[in-house]
Design a protein around this ligand. Structure first.
Ligand code: SAM
Length: 287
């Protein structure tokens, strides 16, 4: 397929040798396009994260098709097979459990491989929790940062938290309900209690809930609550201000790194005070 035919590709029926990345609902099963349903019905094969989950969607729309599993644990093995299958002229749809494949879900490596092999990839757009939360937040949305799930490793996590604290753009995050309190505490530590935040729970579902306030109040609100369901978080960008507050966060980060490297608090504070020509006591008290 050359570029001209790619541009004119707006048909409802799948074409041979094409990899379709199909968006599916993030909760409400009505949120699926007619085009997505036609593709799921008519491709040669549907590769899905969890066949049980996709079966629910397919049976809701009385679609029968061959399903195979394609998830983070088997994608390494499955990618070459899927590429061969596409090269043999068959079409495949990739779906994740919810939302757009590749967005914090398997898909990205497969698309890279397909493109590398000269195959065409078409995304059938659909819901995405991050964008649904962002639009619902009313926060600046023309330019924003999506961080997905924060890394678990302390160093990488601190680096991203620092970036979030300094970001003037709206930031969107995913988090699981049992880790949300820890994350909010960290966000408060890095961004300060005044930073505005909105939590979106169970978007598009029956018990959809939006909670918007600042980090101080958010922590008070949820401290004794059991949080369940799917959660997306939107954090307001930092108002441009106060370079000093800013450098305090960076100083604290440097202080932590020196202490992690084995210096005592006193030695690390002394070192930084000398390096930055600042008061040692002020730095010491940041810890
Ligand atoms: N591919 C999906 C997408 O396009 O949004 C995201 C998959 S990621 C593995 C799952 C995370 O997305 C959840 O842990 C949650 O943070 C967020 N999420 C998914 N569905 C949601 C919903 N209905 N409401 C709020 N957040 C949701």
């Amino acid at each position: 397929m050359n570029n001209d035919s790619l541009l004119s590709h707006r048909g409802e029926e799948p074409e041979n040798g094409i990899l379709y990345m199909v968006g599916t609902p993030i909760g409400n099963l009505n949120d699926i396009s007619q085009r997505a349903l036609n593709i799921l019905k008519n491709v040669s094969l549907v590769a899905c994260e969890d066949t049980r989950q996709t079966k629910k969607l397919m049976s809701r729309y009385q679609i029968k098709n061959h399903l195979i599993s394609f998830n983070k644990d088997n994608s390494f093995k499955k990618i070459p097979k899927i590429i061969d299958y596409l090269k043999s002229g068959k079409s495949i749809a990739i779906v994740s459990d919810a939302g757009l494949p590749s967005i914090c879900d398997p898909g990205e490596d497969l698309v890279t491989s397909a493109k590398f092999s000269g195959l065409n990839v078409i995304c059938i757009p659909g819901p995405c929790a991050a964008l649904t939360a962002l639009v619902s937040s009313g926060m600046a949305s023309s330019r924003f940062t999506f961080e997905g799930f924060l890394p678990k490793k302390a160093k990488e996590r601190q680096k991203i938290l620092l970036e979030i604290s300094k970001s003037e753009r709206t930031v969107v995050l995913y988090e699981s309900p049992h880790r949300i309190k820890k994350l909010l505490k960290e966000l408060k530590e890095y961004c300060g209690g005044e930073r505005e935040i909105q939590i979106f729970r169970e978007l598009t579902k029956k018990y959809e809930e939006h909670i918007g306030t600042n980090l101080d109040r958010m922590l008070d609100l949820i401290v004794d609550k059991e949080i369940i369901g799917e959660i997306s978080i939107v954090i307001k960008g930092m108002e441009k201000k106060n370079d000093f507050e800013f450098s305090k966060i960076e100083l604290k980060q440097e202080l932590n790194e020196l202490i992690d490297a084995g210096l005592s608090l006193s030695a690390a504070s002394k070192y930084l005070a000398k390096k930055k020509n600042l008061n040692k006591g002020m730095i010491y008290n940041l810890f």
